[in-house]
Design a protein around this ligand. Structure first.
Ligand code: FEO
Length: 396
């Protein structure tokens, strides 16, 4: 069933209740997702974004409820990632003469995906397409989060369609922000930001300033995933400004993997030291935790303490995954520390510290190692290390 957002503007997307892994298997989506597509019926007919191709039939049925697809004049591709564009081939068979509206970078990435000679219409920031009473205005948003990304704004009904920005992987019965559980909504919005947009935080701050400077009135923000922000829509913009500044709480996240509980005992003792010193701390076993949820915890906290037993002269594989995700997300304003047990060669702490260096996260303290299984004296040292880390948080 399509849903009318405003006069002549309809959601024709798909709710994917069942999906639990996104980007192949890279990203966990515990609450499913939606692929949002918007149909605008004015003197001209425009469709903004499509859906992931396994859902093409459901999407096209929704479009057909409202229009004969052959009558679509413009198909706007705000972003060519397949979750939004891979129904284009099925759609364009039905409206082969429609203009496919893309950014300059989209003019490369869309043919790069589909190898079709569609009727491309390349737009840049400030360009407009008149639909009748309403116009579409385009704002390029490169690297938010692909080079081709752009925002579309509908005058008249005053709807900003920013594609991935301000989205959430959140399947819901109701499509609007005021009709869903607010804790779940903001949890999913933050998870989306932390795992996808963190590396582009500076660009986000700049782009928000640029868009606000256009003084476009915004009644709704309609992203390409999750709910549409219609009640106080700028609240999510304010949240993005807060998140993009990356000012973490004075708290600690300890993530470890362990083979025979030695590194685990160290993790708990370090946490005890931090907690004794009044620092809110959480401890996670990397092999048992969801790495994307962990990235949210890391995003929120000032101190990241990572531990691994030494295994094959390096670290355990589950920690390698955490370290690689953390490096790629380029967190700012953090301090780090490393720990681990070992039997003979003991490389794990050094390896973790090297990743902190590559991730531009300064060390709060040199790492701590314990040979074999930590005894009471070792655990005392770990607790003292936790207290020292607490002091580092307070001093930073
Ligand atoms: Fe939801 Fe970048 O695709």
């Amino acid at each position: 069933m399509s849903i009318e957002l405003a006069k002549g503007v309809y959601w024709v997307g798909v709710t994917d209740w069942g999906i639990r892994r996104f980007h192949g298997f890279e990203l966990s989506v515990h609450r499913g997702t939606t692929y949002n597509s918007y149909l605008i019926k004015d003197e001209k007919i425009a469709l903004v974004d499509t859906v992931w191709s396994p859902h093409s039939e459901e999407f096209l049925a929704r479009v057909r409820e409202l229009v004969d697809p052959a009558k679509i004049d413009y198909v706007v591709v705000n972003h060519s990632e397949p979750d939004h564009s891979s129904s284009l081939p099925a759609l364009m068979k039905l409206c082969p003469n429609a203009q496919v509206v893309v950014s300059k970078n989209g003019a490369s990435s869309v043919p790069g995906h589909f190898h079709e000679k569609w009727n491309f219409h390349v737009v840049k920031t400030g360009d407009r397409i008149k639909l009748g009473k309403n116009e579409l205005i385009f704002v390029e948003a490169p690297m938010l989060h692909w080079p081709d990304s752009m925002f579309s704004y509908l005058t008249g009904e005053q709807i900003l369609m920013p594609n991935d920005a301000f989205g959430q992987h959140y399947a819901t019965a109701f499509l609007f922000n005021d009709l869903v559980n607010q804790d779940e909504l903001f949890e999913e919005a933050l998870k989306y930001y932390a795992n996808i947009l963190t590396p582009y935080s500076d660009k986000i701050l700049k782009k928000i300033d640029d868009v606000l400077a256009l003084n476009l009135p915004v009644k709704m923000i309609a992203p390409s995933h999750g709910v549409i922000w219609r009640k106080d829509p700028l609240q999510i913009v304010a949240k993005y400004q807060e998140w993009a500044r990356q000012k973490p709480a004075p708290s600690a996240v300890i993530v470890y993997d362990t083979m025979w509980n030695s590194t685990e005992r160290m993790a708990k003792a370090i946490a005890e030291g931090l907690i004794e010193a009044g620092i809110d701390s959480k401890v996670f076993h990397a092999a048992a935790a969801d790495s994307n949820d962990l990235m949210v915890e890391i995003f929120k906290s000032k101190l990241v303490v990572l531990g691994s037993s030494t295994h094959n002269n390096g670290i355990l594989p589950s920690m390698a995954k955490i370290l690689e995700e953390m490096r790629g997300l380029r967190f700012k304003n953090k301090i780090g520390a490393a720990f681990g047990s070992y039997g003979w060669s003991g490389e794990s702490v050094k390896e973790i510290e090297e990743v902190f260096q590559r991730a531009a996260i300064p060390l709060a303290r040199p790492g701590i190692k314990v040979k074999w299984h930590p005894g009471e004296e070792d655990l005392k040292l770990c607790r003292a290390y936790g207290r020292e880390l607490a002091a580092s948080i307070r001093a930073s």
